[in-house]
Design a protein around this ligand. Structure first.
Ligand code: DX5
Ligand code: ZN
Length: 218
């Protein structure tokens, strides 16, 4: 089953609870919550209080994509806020920190994700001794919704599928839309992040439903 995880940061940031509710009503499988600190990523979004507010109104999983220079500073706050996936960037942690984050995530009954930027090689991941539930292959550089999809990253999706067992979700994040959603699913993606391809459309509800239909039988 391929899941669609709309990126709520691409929605109305002044009405996150309303946006979250709409996404759930429209059939979003997860909500992708982009957390950026203006340092690791050249943008600043929201923090644990926003995740807590979203958590209060929806039941679907919250996939917290931590684009933070040091995710350990706030990891526990995001877990306490109700994040289901705590996804940290391989570029921002060493192995020891990753082991600590994995333990902390487990303590809260949440799942550990590892994200990599387009230029980062999958082979650089040192996670054999970790319980990784989600690998996020970014197909844009961290920063903003609406960037152009980077096709040169496509082979990494298939490689990630090969490297990780079926228990690990393979998520593609950045520039996913109706022109590439099915292809990415056929390459092995099991979660597709959709920011602009949902919230940037005239009719976001139909856009989300169209994406779900496109990948429904993969
Ligand atoms: C980029 C974020 C992505 C992005 C997705 O820093 O991690 O989640 O906002 O938005 P689209 O789908 O518009 O590229
Ligand atoms: Zn993201």
């Amino acid at each position: 089953m391929v899941r669609i995880a709309p990126s709520i940061a691409a929605g109305d940031n002044g009405n996150l609870s309303r946006e979250a509710l709409r996404l759930q009503e429209w059939g979003a499988d997860w909500i992708h919550v982009d957390i950026m600190d203006g340092s690791f990523a050249p943008n600043l979004t929201f923090g644990p209080a926003a995740v807590k507010a979203i958590r209060k109104v929806v039941k679907i999983p919250l996939d917290c994509h931590l684009m933070l220079s040091d995710p350990e500073i706030l990891s526990e706050k995001f877990l306490q806020a109700g994040g289901d996936f705590l996804t940290v960037h391989a570029e921002a942690v060493d192995h020891e920190k990753l082991v600590r984050l994995g333990k902390q995530t487990k303590q809260y009954g949440a799942k550990l994700g590892i994200a990599i930027k387009p230029a980062t090689k999958l082979e650089s991941l040192d996670v054999d001794d970790l319980d990784v539930s989600l690998v996020t292959v970014m197909t844009v550089n961290p920063g903003f919704s609406g960037q152009k999809f980077m096709p040169e990253v496509i082979p990494k999706v298939a490689k990630a599928r090969e490297m990780f067992g079926t228990q690990t979700e393979i998520e593609v994040d950045g520039g996913v839309d109706k022109s590439n959603a099915r292809m990415l699913s056929e390459k092995g993606a099991t979660v597709l992040v959709a920011g602009n391809s949902v919230f940037g459309q005239a009719d976001p509800e139909s856009a989300l439903k169209e994406l779900k239909t496109l990948v429904g039988d993969v």
